[in-house]
Ligand binder design. Structure first.
Ligand code: PSV
Ligand code: MN
Ligand code: MN
Length: 408
């Protein structure tokens, strides 16, 4: 992209009434956490297609995450999943990450892969199983402390498959009791991000099925508990940006797990199937960031934990992560180009078509010159995908990781 392409773009945007200095500063400030599990061989319940060069150890996952950060400048932290990323020395894990130029992000306790948890973890009917699950949650708080992480990301597979299988209200009480014990163990600066999912692996009921349940629980626990919106965890047709706006307004939007979905929890590359949805989510966030009259909303928007939660099964993992980060940047950039004055005027005049056009017009802008300019000004490759292709990294990891060590 040439300088003149950006100069032309900037002139156009100024004419549209957009403050480009602010847009660039906000784009630079966008940080997106990548998931350690996105670098290892992980597939679907049907098949995991082994990828030559996929990370086999925690160290290799860190290396891949660091590579994504080097090329994008936008991913300084990597989320970990315990026990997938179990190690004897978490201080060393943090030091290893640091030496690669990144840090440890959200700690995700895994309570869904052990036989004991077949009928639930924190909502299991046997107190011993619940105890074990809570101990794991408490261990994860220690791990967060040891790694310098300030976020615990909670997702529970807990639920039932058949009517009558469990006492729904009793399980609700156990969920609250377990999370309260964990909440009490948090350090003051730590955040508990509560994820919900309406189905899968439980199909009759999930103990935390939707944002309302997660929000209610967060409210009961206290201000360090917030809701995590995984974009793949809603029924078809759900208006996710509405949920986002609502949670922002209540000061309880903690973060996102970004991915794309078409039919279920597909975990595909964010922004690939429905970029407009992602743009509309960001438009609510930008509006909240701008809301200087409402400090709670502004503060909440300013501390959202943006995280990717994807499982790349048929695509090469590191470039898939780079593409995901770029897709998020693209939609945020577009949302920053909404002319809010024009929108407010149209709303005030009750002009439905003009209001809709004010939003859509931003989505239809080509932000490639802007993103190239922002990256180049930060000393980054204008096109991180292309930079990855020519870096030789893919070839290096294929030859370096040819032995059969499994990361999980
Ligand atoms: C579950 O579908 C989920 O979205 C949770 O965030 C898990 O931690 C993650 O995927 C990985 O299985
Ligand atoms: Mn998730
Ligand atoms: Mn999911």
């Amino acid at each position: 992209m040439t300088d003149s392409a950006y100069a032309w773009f900037e002139r156009e945007q100024r004419e549209r009434g957009i403050d480009m200095t602010q847009v660039k500063a906000r784009l630079n400030a966008l940080k997106i956490e990548t998931p350690s599990w996105g670098y290892a061989d992980q597939g679907t319940r049907f098949q995991t297609f082994k990828k030559a060069g996929a990370a086999r150890t925690v160290q290799e996952k860190l290396e891949d995450a660091a590579m994504v950060h080097r090329l994008t400048g936008a991913c300084p932290n990597v989320a970990i999943h315990i026990p997938w990323d179990h190690t004897e020395d978490y201080g060393k894990l943090a030091a290893d990450a640091k030496s690669l130029g990144i840090g440890i992000g959200a700690v995700n306790p895994n309570l869904f892969q052990e036989h004991d948890y077949m009928l639930g973890s924190v909502t299991h009917h046997e107190p011993e199983v619940r105890r074990r699950a809570v101990e794991h949650l408490l261990d994860c708080v220690d791990i967060a402390r040891a790694t310098g992480s300030d976020a615990l990301s909670l997702w529970f597979a807990d639920g039932t498959n058949y009517p009558g299988q469990g006492d729904i209200r009793q399980r609700k009480a156990w969920m609250e009791e377990s999370l309260r014990e964990m909440y009490r163990a948090l350090d003051p600066g730590m955040r508990m991000l509560i994820e919900y999912k309406f189905f899968e692996p439980a199909f009759y009921h999930t103990d935390l099925a939707d944002w309302g349940m997660a929000y209610n629980l967060a409210l009961k626990l206290g201000p360090q508990a917030e809701v995590l919106v995984d974009t793949g965890h809603h029924p078809q047709g759900t208006n996710i940006e509405h949920i986002v706006a609502y949670l922002l307004d209540e000061g309880r939007l903690g973060g996102f797990h970004f991915n794309a979905r078409k039919y279920a929890d597909d975990d595909l590359i964010v922004g690939s199937a429905n970029p407009y949805e992602l743009f509309l989510i960001f438009s609510q966030i930008v509006l909240a960031e701008n809301d200087s009259a409402n400090p709670l909303v502004q503060r909440t928007a300013g501390r959202i934990a943006y995280m990717i939660d994807q499982s790349h099964n048929i695509e090469a993992k590191v470039p898939a992560m780079i593409r995901s980060v770029m897709n998020v940047q693209t939609q945020y950039a577009k949302a920053l180009l909404i002319n809010w004055n024009a929108l407010a005027e149209a709303q005030q005049a009750g002009d439905v078509l003009e209001a809709e056009a004010a939003v859509r017009d931003a989505f239809e802008q080509n932000v490639t010159p802007l993103l190239h300019a922002v990256r180049e000004e930060a000393g980054l490759p204008a096109d991180p995908m292309r930079a990855f292709k020519t870096s030789g990294y893919a070839e290096r990891i294929v030859s370096a990781r040819s032995s059969a060590v499994n990361a999980r």
